[in-house]
Design a protein around this ligand. Structure first.
Ligand code: GCU
Length: 418
């Protein structure tokens, strides 16, 4: 039976983690910490107005995250090409128009390329807002063949033309009917086409396309896999801007878990995304790193060394020395819409740390006269809080559910007024 590998991997990750004995899962044991000031320039001067923030503080924080965390990404390639491979006028029982678009990152025929699956509400009278999501499967699948190393399976299956076998396999995680009913489109791209997610996967992805002659590894301040996935989302946005059925001023970027980290980083850099949605992005995403609860920097760096840049390795066990923390990362989304969500059963992602990331970023929205989360008190289950920065925690495990989508769609409607 062919099953998407991610579905098999996720429970294994959780099991591996549960055995780690030095991980703090008790609120009373969390050591005290002090966050770096989001509204103070490196020089020590205040950044207490929107102009100073935008002109000086924002670029400082962006450059810290580029060099110390995710690594610098290249600009949009001059030779980016798209091909609309198919347009089905009556998909999903007549509810949607379905397009499959291939994005070519380079003119080299053997270079990586990615396929975007785009659903638009049928019969739309004008360009529609779109939710763009990085996906763990999408129209691609990775076979689970016992005995064949994962790396080989991944390369073999992703190099094939999109087999579309897993389309529809994660319908609860992608509430396409609800999204279409709200009048929005849904675009997904499979992250493994941008770079396969394993140590050594880099050579099959997009990063080597940008190496200087003779370069075989990224420099310590150059992009890791998370930045590469986020860069792919930005290239998807380049296409959406050209599609006349899409209202590109209203595109929300969504990501779950490691792809939530990628969505935040892409949204931080690229202000074309009018909303960023982080679903349980956890450590290295929305959660405060200094809060020693659940996953830590050293877990990321040892278990997923390909995700972040080389410089990030120096912060394992040294979170207090970070000249940044997640509230600063999230502040880069201001004054646009930001949604951070957690699950009670996903303590590894540190729900309270995710809330505190969003709450401590909120003063930046206030500089623009926009309300942020509006409270420093972690809300109870199923009680979304906040205005232009919104947060909820729901019951259940690490996942994306119907409840989550209902909240995201309400938020999008409030942000977009449509
Ligand atoms: C692991 C990892 C997390 C990540 C998650 C996921 O649990 O430790 O940082 O968010 O995988 O992407 O599912």
């Amino acid at each position: 039976m062919r099953r998407p590998t991610f579905l098999l991997l996720a429970p294994l990750c959780v099991a591996a983690v549960a055995q780690q004995t030095d991980v703090i899962n008790d609120e009373a044991k969390v050591p005290r910490y002090t966050l770096p000031a989001v509204l103070t320039l490196r020089s020590g001067q205040p950044a207490h107005d929107a102009k100073t923030w935008t002109g000086r503080r924002r670029p400082e924080i962006l450059s810290i995250y580029e060099s110390e965390v995710y690594g610098k990404s290249p600009a949009k390639p001059a030779k980016l090409n798209y091909e609309v491979r198919s347009v089905e006028k009556s998909a999903l029982g007549g509810k949607a128009v379905r397009k499959i678009v291939t994005v070519f990152f380079s003119e080299r025929p053997d270079a990586p390329k990615m396929d975007m699956l785009l659903y638009l509400p049928a019969g739309a009278k004008k360009p529609v807002p779109v939710i763009l999501g990085l996906s763990f499967a999408g129209i691609h699948t990775v076979a689970n063949d016992p005995g064949v190393p994962l790396a080989e399976q991944w390369v073999r299956d992703v190099k094939q033309p999109a087999p579309e076998k897993t389309r529809g396999a994660s319908t609860t995680q992608w509430q396409v009917d609800k999204i279409l009913a709200a009048g929005y489109g849904l675009a997904t791209i499979y992250y493994g086409q941008i770079e396969p997610d394993f140590v050594g996967g880099m050579k099959h992805g997009i990063r080597p396309l940008f190496f200087k002659p003779g370069q075989t590894e990224p420099a310590p301040d150059e992009w890791g896999a998370i930045a590469a996935w986020g860069w792919g989302a930005m290239r998807a946005m380049d296409y959406l801007e050209k599609d006349k059925d899409v209202d590109a001023r209203h595109v929300a970027l969504f990501g779950h878990s490691r792809l939530g980290k990628a969505a935040i980083w892409a949204g931080a850099q690229d202000t074309r995304f009018s909303i960023v949605i982080s679903n349980e992005s956890g450590e290295g995403g929305a959660a405060i790193s200094r809060r020693d609860y659940g996953e830590r920097t050293k877990d990321l760096n040892t278990r997923f060394p390909h995700w972040f840049d080389g410089n990030f390795k120096r912060y394992s066990g040294r979170e207090d020395e970070m000249p940044f923390d997640s509230h600063m990362l999230l502040s880069l989304i201001a004054p646009r819409g930001l949604y951070v969500a957690s699950a009670e059963g996903d303590q590894w992602s540190d729900p309270k740390g995710e809330f505190l990331g969003a709450a401590n970023a909120s003063p930046v929205w206030e500089l623009f006269g926009r309300k942020g989360i509006g409270t420093m008190e972690m809300p109870g289950l199923h009680q979304p809080v906040g205005d232009n920065v919104r947060y909820h925690i729901r019951a259940g495990k690490h996942d994306v559910t119907e409840y989550d989508w209902e909240q995201y769609l309400k938020f999008a409607a409030a942000q977009w007024g449509r």
